[in-house]
Design a protein around this ligand. Structure first.
Ligand code: ATP
Length: 514
């Protein structure tokens, strides 16, 4: 198997070669950690957003969507705590002059120990064969337990120090663990400092009257400040949710992992407003529901896990990440946070306006509690894309590159290929395209031998190829080729739409959540 770094490099180059993602402003040598979605990328991104929106908004009669502005009144960010506390701890290496997030250095160290555990598991799996019981092994093997205890101790201490803002101890931890700069191997570190991640900008034309603003670092606050507007105009009763998708901006200290950590990215967030003291129940419910949404895409149960937070953000009484196995290991894909009544209470205090709900059953007013689900659209894109990219060795010994995107998300659903460029085949192929394109994104390709065209569509992630040949003119049938199995079947042209619909329909995929 290819090394992890090679695998990740091939994901990045494939994303460029097949029109999914380009570096922003590439002709000027690019802008660090900013990316553009290309012709196929935008379709995949839209399909992911739509898959989320349908599951969260359309299928819940107590969740509605909004689209708040990126620019907000600056007091928003004082109330939310972002001005004072939206910091990451940074550390510089004095020799390499490279800058790192101190918490990430420690977490990567812990991940390496976890790699050792994985190795032990693989070895044991080989040794015990079918009788291997992974859970029992993890709970009883001495070496594994030692590794796990070490990880727990390190992460607990990191969590505690960050919570207390004890940056001296974070540096001490890095030194005690002997963590070296990944670039230079040097252990010559500066102190750990806090760095605010918000991008500032100005509103207004003249320098004197201009107002200092921030580009929003999360979409959630646009929902909180609109809480009462939405509640009153929708007449929704608690519990209910408000969802939105949109851009967020963070001046990330280190952004070296392609679209995993960007400075401009998109979030898909839902804030669920509940009665005080019911938040724990809803938190568990949303953890479960969100995991089901991920699993419905069929990308492998083993690729997901929950990670409960040791360090809670200033607003949370419980928080967990859904982590995904990216090419560089398990990392956060989505966060589920029980945010208490912190945000609404803060906005009440800073705005002087009441943000309360009158509960007709309890006959009392209160500030609702909030459970949030927050997923990065770009991270989800990376999860789907990297998991789908595979190299297969075929029976004849040749290899093929195939992008096995879940069909519901694939940018192009089918490609229509006339076998030859004459004898009326292109005309019939064009007719089929003209019909299908009302319902599906369709590609038409008549260049090169059909085998090469199949390979091209495999690599671009198109679930179906429809080949029009001479027989098609006689009996109105075509060859339908399936991307993943490479199986081919003869089907009537009239049945194509329903076959494709069955395979790509959001309904049949989201039904798997039930
Ligand atoms: P991390 O610990 O990776 O910095 P976070 O815990 O700060 O992430 P949240 O504030 O919980 O992230 O944001 C919710 C989601 O937004 C994350 O789960 C992630 O998918 C996405 N996200 C956050 N920051 C970025 C970024 N810089 N680039 C892309 N996606 C991001």
């Amino acid at each position: 198997m290819a090394k992890k770094e090679d695998q990740f490099k091939s994901v990045i180059s494939h994303a460029k070669e097949y029109g999914y993602i380009f570096q922003s402003s590439e002709i000027y040598d690019g802008l660090s950690a900013v990316y553009d979605y290309a012709q196929n990328g935008v379709e995949l991104k839209n399909n992911i957003r739509n898959y989320w929106w349908k599951a969260m908004v359309q299928l819940h009669d107590n969740i509605v969507g909004i689209d708040a502005a990126i620019l907000m009144h600056p007091t928003t960010w004082k109330a939310s705590g972002h001005v004072d506390a939206f910091n990451d701890p940074l550390i510089d290496n004095k020799d390499s002059k490279k800058r790192y997030r101190a918490d990430v250095l420690v977490e990567d160290y812990a991940a390496k120990i976890e790699g050792k555990i994985e190795k032990e598991v693989k070895k044991a799996e080989k040794r015990f064969g079918e009788n291997f019981d992974k859970e029992q092994f993890l709970a009883t093997n001495g070496r594994v337990k030692q590794h796990q205890e070490k990880i727990d101790t390190i992460l607990k201490r990191l969590g505690r120090s960050l919570e207390k803002e004890d940056l001296v101890d974070v540096k001490a931890l890095i030194e005690e663990l002997g963590i070296a700069c990944p670039e230079s191997g040097s252990k010559n570190w500066t102190e750990v400092k806090q760095f605010n991640l918000m991008f500032g900008t100005k509103l207004g034309a003249s320098a004197d009257s201009a107002m200092d603003l921030y580009l929003r670092p999360e979409t959630a606050q646009g929902i909180f400040v609109n809480f009462l507007n939405v509640q009153k105009t929708s007449r929704l009763k608690i519990p209910f949710g408000i969802a939105q998708t949109g851009k967020a901006f963070r001046n990330e200290i280190v952004a070296r992992q392609f679209i995993f950590r960007m400075r401009e990215f998109e979030q898909m967030e839902m804030q669920f407003f509940v009665r005080p003291n019911t938040q724990k129940e809803w938190y568990e419910k949303w953890k479960e529901t969100r995991l089901k949404w991920h699993l419905s895409l069929g990308m492998g149960e083993d690729n997901y896990r929950f990670h409960d937070h040791e360090k809670l953000a200033h607003y949370a009484d419980a928080a967990a990440d859904i982590e995904f196995k990216f090419p560089f290991g398990f990392k956060e894909l989505e966060g589920i946070h029980s945010r208490t009544d912190f945000d609404l209470s803060q906005h009440e205090q800073f705005s002087g306006k009441k943000l309360q709900y009158f509960d007709p059953e309890l006959k009392e007013s209160y500030v609702p509690y909030v459970v949030e689900t927050s997923i990065g659209l770009d991270r989800m894109f990376l999860a789907v894309f990297s998991n789908s990219l595979q190299t297969e060795i075929l029976e004849n010994g040749s290899s093929r590159t195939v992008l096995k995107l879940p069909a519901v998300l694939a940018p192009t659903k089918a490609a229509i290929l006339p076998l030859v460029k004459k004898d009326g085949l292109p005309e019939l192929a064009k007719q089929i395209e003209a019909e299908l394109k009302w319902d599906f994104k369709i590609a038409y390709d008549e260049k090169d031998a059909v085998g090469r065209r199949y390979r091209r569509q495999d690599a671009a992630g198109t679930p179906f190829c429809i080949t029009v040949d001479h027989q098609s003119l006689e009996d109105q049938t075509v060859t339908l080729r399936h991307r993943d199995s490479m199986e081919q079947e003869r089907v009537a042209i009239g049945t194509l739409a329903s076959i494709i619909k069955e395979a790509v329909d959001v309904r049949s995929w989201l039904k798997k959540m039930e």
